[in-house]
Ligand binder design. Structure first.
Ligand SMILES: O=C(O)CCC(=O)C(=O)O
Ligand SMILES: [Fe+2]
Length: 431
């Protein structure tokens, strides 16, 4: 790939002289690798101007690698004492780290592996297809790559992501659509007329004839649709088999399990604070949350940009399933530390809403993902969120924060990102 980075004592350094010629080469490379987002093309100006900057976001520093507090959820079922200990340990981790990892979480390894395969299939599709407005029938801008508003390397994320609102999941299922189409057709044109026909003593010889005619027309319609899709996939250089194997129900299955788990975790954490048991049931619905699938392609200059820029999550809590490549870092006592991947564990982190709800007791910690020069990385983050209208109010007094609704919070973020390139976040709502 094109952007040359020379190793120096201080890390990678961009070679400006080569840069122009390389952009041309990039174009050819990106044509050959149609799945990769055109990072170089889009962020050319930032990359060029940063080549001359002295101050760059140095992301390679030999970070300490730490294991997050480990919570074994099987202890919840051992006995009242073990259960209480487990809940307190979870609360302590949320206070001291804002992060913990969970094992025996009841999400089968097999499902997590399938989810990763789904992610690979989604991101392997050509960039043109991924950036179409109705990619996989999801809402506009569900697919993100880089940061559309980036003004410097500091706010450029070298990653692509598919953000799936849970209310959209069913729309992804092409097979379901076909099945739905089939069943409706059967219902309206075959079952109903047959029943009505029988009821009004349609001559019995006519019924099979009627069914056969409709069966043939349904089959022809479906085959025609498949042929159109096939032609369109071929036009995009897509492997037809990959698409046919695409199975959004894995995503749905995972989202259901993650939602169940997130609600339980939120409830256990609430017990330490005296928040009423049904708070989350009342304010969150399965369709208010979302799943973000992340892919971090190898980055030619990992010391100069991030996989995901430093941020806090906006939700109550996030459940992250990551592969073993590593790269997730969090800010702890003013220093960046790396999270050691654990193949048996899911990572959980507290989001802004839980920090506000707990009146600052649980911490929504700034985290980021560093870029990797050699290896691509995958992760999936499940964001457990309230409905838009939910008003978040601290559970104890005096409150550190003003009351705000999810809608207000989101609108403020959008304003701030536009104006400053940064989400700003909870500090906007301090009293
Ligand atoms: O990839 C990861 O490990 C974390 C992703 C993340 O922080 C996010 O999607 O908000
Ligand atoms: Fe995050």
């Amino acid at each position: 790939m094109s952007l040359h980075c020379q190793k120096s004592a201080k890390g990678d350094k961009m070679n400006t002289h080569k840069f122009k010629a390389d952009i041309h080469q990039d174009r050819e490379d990106s044509e050959a690798m149609a799945i990769e987002p055109p990072f170089f093309e889009k962020y050319k100006a930032i990359l060029q101007s940063s080549a001359n900057e002295k101050e760059k976001p140095s992301t390679v520093e030999g970070f300490e690698e730490l294991e997050l507090p480990l919570i074994d959820l099987s202890h919840l079922n051992l006995g009242p004492l073990e259960r209480q200990e487990c809940i307190e340990k979870m609360g302590q981790a949320a206070i001291e780290w804002g992060f913990f990892q969970i094992v025996n979480h009841a999400v089968p390894d097999e499902l997590l592996n399938r989810l990763k395969q789904e992610q690979i299939k989604v991101f392997q599709q050509p960039f043109d297809k991924k950036s179409e407005n109705n990619f996989l029938n999801l809402s506009v801008q569900s697919y993100r790559w880089g940061n559309p508003l980036a003004t410097s390397l500091r706010n450029l994320s070298w990653s692509e992501a598919l953000h799936i609102s849970l209310k959209d999941i069913s729309k992804m299922d092409e097979y379901n659509k076909l099945r739905y189409f089939f069943s409706l057709y059967y219902l309206y044109y075959i079952i109903f007329p047959t029943i009505v026909g029988l009821h009004y003593q349609m001559p019995s010889a006519m019924a099979p004839c009627c069914c056969l005619r409709h069966l043939i027309s349904v089959t022809v319609a479906c085959l025609t649709q498949c042929a159109f899709e096939f032609a369109s996939d071929r036009q995009h250089g897509l492997n037809f088999n990959l698409i046919r194997q695409h199975d959004p129900s894995t995503i749905e299955e995972y989202a259901e399990k993650a939602n169940f788990l997130a609600q339980r975790l939120a409830e256990y954490l609430a017990q330490n604070l005296g928040i009423k048991a049904n708070y989350f049931q009342e304010n969150c619905s399965p369709s208010s949350s979302s799943l973000r699938m992340n892919r971090y392609p190898p980055c030619p200059c990992p010391s100069m940009m991030f996989g995901i820029i430093p941020h806090t999550d906006t939700d109550f809590l996030t459940i992250v399933s990551q592969d073993q490549v590593g790269g997730l870092q969090l800010k702890r006592n003013g220093r960046w530390v790396s999270v050691k991947p654990n193949p048996k564990a899911l990572v959980v982190n507290i989001g802004d809403f839980y920090q506000a709800l707990s009146n600052g007791v649980y911490k929504s910690i700034t985290h980021r993902v560093i870029a990797n020069q050699e290896t691509e990385r995958y992760s999936a983050a499940y964001f457990y969120c309230p409905t838009y209208e939910t008003v978040i109010e601290s559970c104890s007094k005096p409150s550190l924060y003003k009351k705000f609704s999810f809608k207000e919070y989101r609108e403020q973020i959008q304003k701030d990102v536009k104006a400053t390139g940064d989400k700003v976040g909870l500090s906007r709502f301090l009293l």
